[in-house]
Design a binder for this molecule. Sequence first.
Ligand SMILES: [Fe+2]
Ligand SMILES: [Fe+2]
Length: 497
Amino acid sequence: MPTNFCLIADTHYYNVEALGLRTDHHQKTLNESGAILDAALDIFLQRKNCNVLIIAGDVTCDGERESHDELVKKLRRVQAAGKRVLLITSTHDFEQQSNARRIAQSQPIGVAYTVTGQYHPGMTRRDELRGIYDEFGFSDALSVYDELSYCAQIAPGLRVLMLNDDGNGRPPKNDTAQNALLGDNPQKDDSTNGKHFKDENGINLTKDGHLLCGYSPEQMEWILAQIAEAKAAGEAIFAVTHHPLLPPFPLFPAISKRDMLGDFETVRDTFSDNGLRMIFTGHSHIHNIGHYTSPTGNTITDINTAALCGYPAPMRFCSFADDMLDVHTETVNDFAWDLGGITAQDYLRDIFDRLLRDIIRSAAHDFDKFVEACADFGAPQEKLGRHKTAITILGKFLERGTLGTLGSILLYKRKIPKAAHKVVLGELIAEAVRNIYAGTEHYSPETPVGAAVQVLAERLQKLAGGRLRGTPAEDLPSFFGSLLYDDSPDWEWHGKI
Ligand SMILES: [Fe+2]
Ligand SMILES: [Fe+2]
């Protein structure tokens, strides 16, 4: 009999009934998050032979206590049906100033923002999380590390490492308000050859003072011991953590390295060389399956799962038998919400697209709004500010320009397939980003759009000369190619673990 389980990520549940409708526009569908989660739980509960639901962190919107308390009630429905929930929490599940877009800088820590513009006392402290979720994996774990990580037996012969990687809640260095409270004096941690730092409270930092969303040396020691124990017992083991171990698309670390698992370049080698073959991750809200082979020839696969509370609201259904794991994706295709007469998938896609179109429109006409919107995709504000004029000009061009227009400007129009002439650049970018998030990057160089972008990229490369050397866009054709097309499947996987 195979062992079946289901995995979802980034539920970002927002208790709309208690906290009020959000009017701010997010990539996350916060108001609908409860309805989507209920629908996902219905789908899971209907599966007769699938008895374990795994949630890979960021279970609430921003750590509101009302959201946690209601989420517990929702998840108890799973247990009442005789099934199990195994979850980890992450950085969105407790109060910290780095959720700054949602928490006014001037407000004391411990108050949450609601749409009505009021401040609502109800944030959750990190040290409360274990108590809230004890029944969802922690209480019957084989081993628990530092309260929030654990190793669980899914079924005879299969274990899962549920790894908290929230960095103990240290805010980024530029969150001065909270750092003033915590102290800001990172010291080299000699046990890591100076790679990691600790502040006076023992909180793990990167060398530039950022929160290390990853593992401390002590946690890694515990992880490797768990892997070794499972192997000694002749059982298969895989891991679940929140931050991606492998880039969800090739340029991701160049754009936002702080959204990767801390020190991922080392951790991927440590994991694969110690026999871990499979890790499930979330956080990026991108649906992707990536593979890595260490210099010593060991492989690891990272199944990064997009957010449940956004397009395409995916659920990974997994089946394990004889050391082989099968993974396939299904989506939530209906939920109890006024969808305005369209399908749930179209509704979620429209919200996603509207956000991207707003970003392009605000790049052209409202720079402050543009910076705010980009923050939702992890783009750092400081970097954008330096390029305001260029971004405004570009925004205006993207709004109206087509692949044909760009071809004319570059004196290359005749090389562009006719079928691609009228494709509006802004619309294409919006679709390409949506495809990356959904794991459906389908514009191969054989398609008219893919071919047009390739020839335009070659032309731009020539014009740029050596000016792009040393940047992520050094090789423009492959830069754009990697954004438009990914031929390795992101929705399905089958292999040995
Ligand atoms: Fe996250
Ligand atoms: Fe998230």
